[in-house]
Design a protein around this ligand. Structure first.
Ligand code: EPZ
Length: 418
């Protein structure tokens, strides 16, 4: 297993580019099962999670072919399987959104429930409730969701909370159903909107993505389409924090500026200068960082997927910051490792109080999820001496060529075999 060695203390400078969005690409890949015609996707990030999703689709009978570095053709002429195994779903929870597409296409699906994960319980009750409302007969047996439906029929749904995955699963199932579905209190995340755009390009009749109420008029068949995946707002935010935490000056090209309002606002509150430049964002940090209060929320609120990175940054702010995590109940695992690097953080329930500026010193650290790992890399960039972040496979799940991108900005980061 590889680890990342980082020698901190170098201000990052230069220009970097954001890759395609992981969390947009994954459900979009699953949507290719909804048609027997080819779906061509551009700007697909080369990530471990994307490889896992492709294996899942191939296991169901789809053919996958890379047309170039970031363009992928998926063709599910026939769907020969109907199962997503425990081994797959436990390595990548996003596999669970294959349930809606398999069921809508074949009338039958068997998908493992994901179980708990490093950041919280993450149940799937809203996915199941939604598909049941569309007429699916669902049983939970031997750790699997077993679903059947000769046809899915439209329904009016209200989600208890605006779950991204549940909204996507229900949208895909209802798109190929009969009649009219409305999803109220739907997730508004840009990734849901991107999936909506692909489905519409495939012939689906969907309106309201990006709002709290999504309306879907089911159609009998969907056709092939070509689609460009949106840039990754979480990767963009992570690179912006890398500039900020090192006192750097970095242009993040291809950053989806309009999706980053909350992140830009919070970074500016810390005293970092963020301006639009060349279709992206320039981040300049040349003064002392100020403490802030931060609360994670569903989009357009501050994303939970950037909370760990901001915590690393706030260890360097002069004063007391307060972070409240409202999406996942156990997403402060990185704080324990930051403490080992010299941070001053007190946690109580969903709140973390971060006092700074702390002098971080390099240490061997590891994290149990992707964004926590990124938080530790960022802390390493600001720390004295060497930080070794192990379990790099977490980073490989969601950040394309991270070491190369940071190296090109002047970071001393190196990937070594453990
Ligand atoms: C998506 O996960 C993302 N993953 C996550 O990114 C992201 O953190 C999360 O949305 C929130 O923005 C993908 O898009 C592949 P949710 P998802 O359903 O869909 C509760 C990363 O690092 N809930 O919106 O699984 C749930 O427990 C990952 O890239 C239910 O109660 O998130 C959580 O508290 C991590 N019942 C809240 O809703 C359900 O049936 C939001 O979860 C479903 C969810």
């Amino acid at each position: 297993m590889d680890k990342m060695l980082i020698r901190g203390g170098r201000p990052l400078r230069g220009t970097t580019t954001v890759s395609g969005s992981k969390n947009a690409a994954l459900p979009i890949l699953m949507a290719s099962l909804l048609t027997s015609e080819p779906v061509v996707l551009h700007n697909v990030p080369r990530l471990r999670d994307v490889r896992t999703a492709i294996s899942l689709l191939e296991g169901l009978g789809a053919k996958a072919r890379w047309l170039d570095e970031h363009s992928l053709e998926l063709h599910a002429a026939q769907v020969t399987g109907y199962e997503a195994s425990y081994d797959l779903v436990k390595t990548m929870r996003a596999s669970f959104v294959v349930l809606g597409p398999i069921l809508a296409r074949t009338g039958r699906a068997r998908v493992s429930t994901p179980g708990g994960c490093a950041i919280g319980a993450r149940p799937v009750n809203l996915h199941i409730g939604g598909l049941r409302a569309l007429g699916a007969r669902i049983q939970l047996r031997n750790g699997y969701v077993e679903a059947r439906a000769e046809h899915l029929t439209g329904a009016r749904l209200w989600l208890d909370n605006p779950s991204v995955g549940a909204t996507e699963n229900i949208m895909m199932a209802a798109a190929l159903g009969q009649g009219h579905t409305t999803i109220e209190n739907a997730a508004r995340e840009p990734e849901v909107q991107d999936l909506g755009r692909l489905l519409v390009a495939m012939g689906a009749r969907i309106t309201g993505t990006g709002t709290h109420v999504i309306a879907i008029e089911g159609v009998a068949r969907l056709h092939g389409a070509e689609h460009r995946v949106i840039p990754d707002r979480i990767e963009a935010g992570s690179l912006m924090v890398a500039a900020a935490i090192t006192g750097g000056d970095v242009v993040v090209e291809n950053a989806p500026v309009e999706q980053l309002d909350a992140v830009i606002t919070k970074l500016r509150e810390t005293g970092v200068n963020v301006t639009a430049q060349n279709g992206g964002l320039r981040v300049v940090a040349d003064g002392a960082l100020q403490p802030i209060e931060l609360r994670t929320l569903p989009y357009p609120g501050f994303p939970t997927d950037l909370q760990a990175q901001m915590m690393a940054l706030l260890t360097q702010a002069a004063g007391t910051s307060v972070i409240t995590e409202t999406i996942f109940e156990n997403r402060f695992m990185h704080a324990q490792e930051l403490l080992r690097m010299g941070a001053d953080i007190v946690m109580k329930g969903a709140t973390a109080v971060v006092r700074g500026p702390a002098r971080l010193s390099g240490a061997p650290v590891m994290a149990t999820d992707l964004r926590a790992s990124m938080g530790l890399i960022l802390a390493g960039l600001a720390a004295d001496q060497e930080t070794a972040v192990s379990r790099v496979y977490h980073l490989d799940r969601g950040y394309e060529a991270l070491d190369q991108k940071l190296q090109a900005l002047g970071a001393a980061i190196e990937r070594v075999a453990e």
